[in-house]
Design a protein around this ligand. Structure first.
Ligand code: NAP
Length: 299
């Protein structure tokens, strides 16, 4: 129930209509509020979508300050553009070059990136030693940056990023030089063209799709042919950041050749849970968030 003391959380992006974040966060808030029902001051928050056009970003941030928003997520197209408006940016967000979670500080807004935590959660749950892992990452866009940072944090032995634009690939490689991960990535990160995939796959023990190939409207398409996937070593992990459809053609094919298949739903859940925990400063019901997303996606 919204009352005079309800505090506001939210997500800003453009477009924002299709965001699943309000469903996931409000489900968690509702459960936490019911657990708190008898407390002196029960949890009282609502999480709202805000459609903010690029040219209105500054006005929106000032407005959020003015009305006392308690924290917000940032999505396309503001993940980089918001950085100059923040008074502090976490080391991981600086390395990734993008912010997806903003919180109030004594001196203004602070920003961090919980996509890395989200990406890592299902991998950490496997409890592997990743030092011998050879990761092949398909795509070199925004999500690939969180994946590379995550692989560096895991201590992955080799990180090979595959991109289709030579200039963009080189810029991607060079962009890490001044980051907090520079030392770790210096000897482990390399970039490659798609034509090199047949050479990379036979030793790829972690293959991550960060391209949108396989999601609507390309449902049924896969970034890697079934023939090539057959080159993967035994026990390889195929990880698709896409969370709808479930599974994607890429994961369907990877599972058919014996790979362990992970989709992007858990990443979405865990990046959201990490943000909500940061704002509320208490543990959040992750299972409730996961269920809310699964229900929304199956509608
Ligand atoms: P992005 O910044 O646009 O990057 C997409 C990358 O894929 C670019 O390198 C692009 O190459 C490449 N690409 C696009 N179409 C391609 C094709 N047909 N063949 C080869 N490469 C292609 O997008 P993003 O923000 O990184 O998001 C990528 C995907 O990750 C989306 O499906 C998104 O839903 C998913 N994602 C999931 C989560 C999660 O929580 N599960 C979080 C973030 C993102 P060019 O630069 O050459 O176009």
């Amino acid at each position: 129930m919204i009352t005079g003391s309800t505090q506001i959380l939210g997500v800003m992006g453009c477009p924002i209509e299709h965001s699943l974040s309000p469903v996931m966060h409000n489900a968690a808030i509702e459960v936490m509020r019911s657990v708190d029902a008898d407390a002196l001051s029960p949890l009282n928050y609502v999480y709202l979508p805000f459609s903010v056009k690029p040219e209105r970003l500054a006005a929106a941030i000032a407005g959020f300050s003015a009305i006392g928003v308690q924290g917000f997520n940032v999505t396309i197209p503001h993940k980089q553009a918001i950085i100059p408006f923040l008074s502090e940016v976490s080391a991981i967000a600086q390395a990734v070059g993008a912010v997806n979670t903003v919180y109030p500080t004594a001196t203004g807004w602070g920003g961090t990136n919980t996509d890395v935590i989200g990406f890592l959660a299902p991998l950490r749950a496997m409890g592997h030693d990743w030092s011998q892992t050879q990761a092949v990452i398909l795509g070199n866009g925004g999500a690939a940056r969180a994946v590379v940072a995550g692989c560096a944090e895991l201590g992955v032995g080799q990180i090979q990023v595959v991109g289709r634009n030579p200039e963009a690939r080189q810029a991607f490689l060079q962009s890490w030089a001044a980051s907090a991960l520079a030392e770790r990535l210096d000897s482990t990160l390399s970039v490659h063209g798609w034509e090199e995939l047949p050479l990379l796959l036979p030793t790829a023990t972690l293959l991550v799709n960060t391209t949108p190939v396989g999601m609507h409207p390309q449902v049924g398409a896969s970034p890697v042919s079934l023939d090539l996937l057959q080159q993967l070593p035994t026990g390889a992990i195929a990880y698709d950041l896409i969370y709808t459809p479930r599974p994607t053609q890429f994961l369907r094919d990877a599972a058919s050749v014996g790979a362990i298949a992970l989709d992007g739903l858990e990443m979405l859940v865990q990046q959201g849970a990490a943000a909500l925990e940061l704002w509320l400063k208490r543990p959040v019901p992750i299972a409730v968030m996961r269920q809310a997303l699964e229900d929304a996606l199956s509608r």
